[in-house]
Design a binder for this molecule. Structure first.
Ligand code: ASP
Length: 305
């Protein structure tokens, strides 16, 4: 079977709504992977509970390489320390395939607040903590992790509003239904550039080429508030190694595709370094991230509200 794989379309389960950051990574990479594999790659948005429903669907799928799980630091690491009843172990019930691009986050608000930069935004948050609504993709999602970092850096308490992904949360932010978000540059950057929302700072040491006018957290007044969200691709446990290797090769070819590179750069997404693109590198990285984050999240007592 491994020699002829794939003989039919491959499905990537995105555990968040269409139009958000995880969805965009899956669609850009998946389309190019499909060309390399000679089969269509179908995107299945199975959403809810901060991505745990979509991940569980893949854990329980046949281990044949035709149903894959895409996700990030939130869905594939942090959630493992928050959700007790998901019925799977993120490290031992999945086979790592490949690391996918990463990006920092942007602190953004709706237009029309009486703020002009990060300092005045933080002052506004401090003065309006009980009323200010901040969109997330659920407890443990990337946007929630960004929100927790913002709370820690500013000594504030935010009112988090969970969505099925930050695609729909962004629509509500643009419409002024919610006040703010800390979301990935891939989703928030294009809206900042279009003037539909306001961008205050990028959570990295250097500015994002996708939003060169937005200062870093160091420049803007919250030094060291760095958050990077990496993505990855997994198969159910027990998927044959040759099938995993074929999928890894297709993903590596996708990362080298000039049109993919241009699209990723436009969204502020950085591809993993060449020595980080093997199955072994992703497996080791994933386990190291779990070993690092699970004790921290458990000690912090992050709970599903
Ligand atoms: N990645 C986003 C988050 O965790 C959710 C999404 O992709 O829509 O906040």
């Amino acid at each position: 079977m491994a020699q002829t794989f794939p003989t039919k379309p491959v499905t990537i389960v995105v555990p968040f709504a269409a139009g958000g950051p995880t969805d965009v990574v899956a669609r850009v990479i998946g389309e190019a992977m499909g060309r390399n594999l000679g089969q269509t790659v179908i995107i299945d948005n199975t959403t809810g509970a901060a991505g745990t429903i979509g991940v569980r669907k893949v854990v329980r799928a046949a281990p044949d390489g035709y149903t894959l799980s895409v996700g990030h630091l939130g869905t594939h690491v942090v959630n493992g320390a928050i959700y007790d009843k998901v019925g799977y172990n993120l490290v031992t019930d999945l086979e790592a395939i490949v690391m996918l691009p990463s990006n920092p986050m942007l602190v953004v608000s709706k237009n029309g607040l009486d703020t002009k930069d990060l300092k005045s935004f933080v002052a506004h948050v401090k003065a309006n903590q009980d009323k200010l609504s901040v969109g997330t993709a659920g407890v443990g999602s990337a946007s929630h992790i960004g929100g927790l970092a913002f709370q820690a850096a500013t000594g504030t308490k935010l009112q988090f509003i969970p969505y099925r992904g930050t695609g729909p949360a962004m629509q509500d932010l643009i419409a002024g239904q919610i006040d703010a978000m800390i979301d990935q540059t891939s989703n928030a950057g294009p809206q900042v550039k279009a003037g539909k929302i306001r961008g205050y700072a990028v959570t990295a040491k250097v500015r994002s080429p996708a939003t060169p006018d937005v200062p870093t957290v160091d420049e803007a007044g919250l030094p060291g508030m760095y958050v990077t969200i990496w993505h990855g691709l997994w198969a159910p446990k027990g998927t044959p190694a040759a099938v995993v290797a074929r999928l890894n090769a297709a993903a590596q070819a996708a990362l080298e595709d000039p049109a993919v590179k241009a699209k990723l750069a436009d969204l502020g997404l950085d591809s993993p370094a060449p020595d980080q693109r093997s199955v072994e590198a992703m497996k080791a990285f994933h386990k190291a991230e779990a070993d690092k984050w699970w004790p921290i999240i458990k000690a912090a007592g992050v709970k599903v509200e």
